[in-house]
Design a protein around this ligand. Structure first.
Ligand SMILES: Nc1ncnc2c1ncn2[C@@H]1O[C@H](COP(=O)(O)OP(=O)(O)OP(=O)(O)O)[C@@H](O)[C@H]1O
Ligand SMILES: [Mg+2]
Length: 256
């Protein structure tokens, strides 16, 4: 049986899972400095669905890259379950990411020549099998597909699935190694609004199984359904709900 709660015991529900403190990202190109993120401070409560909302170019993906340790802040820090990310080497960060973060992409990024279950098995292969012996991997992959209502698609190729079904398989793949956090950048940006809503609900339901879900979207309606959120504009926090965050720039026309 897949133990989704395995990693949940190192923080109590409601305590901050992820803390971002005074995070700034400045890019210097041809002697010109551009500030992509400006003094961002917020916390993500554990076992919540947390949205980062904002229009195109507001800095959402830049921020996600800091949270996953793919990019490093110019100033400030990202503290994940008590550990500061920038203190680690690239190799240590990659290993940490493999164990702790499941990433779900807008365009699913499934391997087209592999069936749904083989796509999940590949993640187990690459991630070390989530501490399970190899003979248990197929059962685990099937359980991951079932958790997201994709159990009946196990033997289908991605081309034989709708966009929403492919995204379910991609979520199952992200669950494969049982990471405590799932991070997703516009997972429903390529889907119709009804399917987007269903995928959002599936991700929200994972919080009851111990997962913390960080969900980036430019859709304010979806974002407003989350337990906690921040809204970005021009690299600053302009609105927050359900969590501790510092508003760095007041915006008159922010809808919550
Ligand atoms: N490497 C880079 N060099 C210069 N500017 C960059 C770089 N990466 C991002 N930017 C700029 O930073 C800003 C924020 O980009 P980012 O990709 O984080 O936005 P976003 O909120 O994810 O937008 P979208 O909703 O379109 O995905 C944009 O103006 C973008 O052009
Ligand atoms: Mg983006």
């Amino acid at each position: 049986m897949l133990n989704l709660d395995k990693d949940a015991d190192y923080q109590l529900p409601g305590s901050p899972f992820l803390q971002v403190e005074h995070l700034t990202r400045v890019i210097t190109a041809r002697a010109q400095k551009t500030t992509l993120l400006n003094d961002i401070t917020f916390t993500v409560p554990t076992q919540s669905l947390f949205t980062i909302n904002g229009p195109s170019g507001s800095g959402k993906s830049t921020l996600l890259n800091m949270l996953t340790g793919i990019d490093r802040p110019t100033e400030g820090s990202v503290i994940f379950a008590g550990q500061e990310l920038k203190a680690q080497s690239e190799n240590a960060l990659a290993r940490w990411r493999g164990r702790n973060v499941g990433i779900i992409f807008q365009f699913f990024q499934l391997i087209p020549t592999l069936t749904a279950i083989e796509n999940v098995l590949l993640a187990l292969e690459l991630g070390g099998g989530g501490n399970l012996p190899r003979q248990a991997w197929r059962e685990r992959a099937q359980i991951c597909l079932s958790i997201v209502d994709a159990g009946s698609f196990a033997q289908r190729l991605p081309a034989e699935l709708s966009g929403g079904q492919q995204q379910r398989v991609a979520i199952a793949r992200a669950l494969a190694n049982d990471p405590p956090v799932l991070i997703t950048d516009e997972p429903t940006g390529n889907l119709d609004s009804r399917t987007a809503h269903a995928i959002f609900t599936t991700l929200a339901n994972l919080t009851t199984q111990g997962k913390t879900v960080i969900y980036v979207t430019h859709d304010p309606q979806l974002a407003s359904l989350a337990q906690a959120r921040i809204d970005l504009l021009d690299g600053q926090i302009v609105n927050t709900h359900g969590t501790k965050a510092t508003i760095t720039s007041r915006q008159e026309e922010v809808h919550s």
